[in-house]
Write a protein that binds this ligand. Sequence first.
Ligand code: FES
Length: 129
Amino acid sequence: MEIQRKYLEYNMREKIIGRIEDFPEGKGTEVRLGGLKMAVFNIDGELYAIHGSCPHKHAPLHESGENRYNSEKCGGPFLGEIDSESKMVKCPWHGLRFNLETGESPVLRRKIPVYNVILREDGEVAVVV
Ligand code: FES
């Protein structure tokens, strides 16, 4: 068990993804780190990073806050949404919801990856991957 923990710590690194001003409040921002795609949300100054692609049909989850009718992709009247109180985002294509803190979806009963976000005093933002 101890060996596994050390292995995990060894492999986890902080990667700088930008500055706080790169992540507008109340919105999602797409971040790519090598082959990893994330959606980073700024909710009341708190940053949350989740996997960037919906597990259903791979919608870009950073668009969850755009509140738009996405007829092009899904043909239905679904709206993306960010609920700042429950910390839930709603996929802009078909409406699955994901918790920004846990990655859980109440409908799918499974999690998408979430990443710890570090906001440094100088405004630099990093994620732990
Ligand atoms: S692509 Fe996200 S719910 Fe369908």
